[in-house]
Design a protein around this ligand. Structure first.
Ligand SMILES: [Zn+2]
Length: 235
């Protein structure tokens, strides 16, 4: 029984190590996802700023063409003014010219405002693109490190898996079955040491009679409180 228990303890140790590695590996994909999300978020900001710049450019061009139409309207009035016949007609044309000039200066103001905005957004974009390139580089480096780390621990996992197989083959199949059943029931450590009559799986006391039998190590014992396989550890 003693050697069987020793082998189970070793098996549990190997399995626990493998589980730690599995959780590290799932953490790896979480870390990579987080980095990708950061990059995507940045990309979204960049895209919306570029869209804003395009919008401003469109607005500027539309103002420009409105301004040209306005200018040619003024030119036409000036031509008409040369051949005007009555004072009333003259006054009406002057008024119309006045209105077009006012509209022209409004368009000029809008264009100026647009240009100022474009300049600001362009400046911000240059800065943002630089930051993006830096972030891309940083994330690339970090991902490489994470991948290297994952490679190392995967190798360790392969090693642990083969060790687990070797150990399992050496355990009596009935005992291994019991071990696996308890492992499912307690969802974790299936075998626990008992020191000074205390089960280290649940930290409860083992009855004296059972503790005596456990010390003799004649047969397989289960903790009456947590149902784990228990063994005596001389402390
Ligand atoms: Zn227990």
């Amino acid at each position: 029984m003693k050697s069987g228990i020793d082998t189970l303890v070793r098996l549990q140790k190997v399995e626990t190590e493998a589980e730690t590695i599995h959780s590290k590996l799932s953490n790896v994909s979480f870390r990579i996802d987080t980095l990708d999300a950061k990059l995507k978020e940045f990309d979204r900001t960049l895209t919306s700023e570029e869209a804003l710049l395009d919008e401003l450019k469109r607005k500027y061009h539309s103002c420009e063409s409105n301004g040209q139409t306005n200018e040619s309207g003024i030119k036409k009035i000036k031509e008409k003014l040369r051949s005007v016949k009555t004072n009333k007609e003259y006054q009406a044309l002057l008024k119309e010219e006045e209105q077009l000039k006012a509209k022209g200066s409004q368009i000029d103001d809008e264009m100026l405002e647009c240009l100022e905005c474009m300049e600001k957004v362009e400046e911000a974009l240059v800065k943002r693109k630089k930051e993006y390139a830096q972030l891309l580089e940083e994330i690339g480096r970090e991902k490489k490190l994470i991948a290297q780390e994952a490679e190392e621990i995967k190798k360790k996992l392969v090693h642990l898996d083969s060790e687990r197989k070797n150990i399992s083959e050496r355990i009596d199949s009935e005992l291994l079955e019991k071990f696996n059943r308890v492992k499912m029931q307690v969802r974790g450590m299936a075998i626990a040491p008992v020191r000074n009559a205390v089960c280290y799986g649940c930290h409860m006391n083992i009855p004296p009679q059972m503790y005596n039998e456990l010390q003799r190590g004649d047969d397989l014992k289960f903790c009456p409180h947590c149902q784990r396989i228990i063994y005596w550890e001389n402390s």
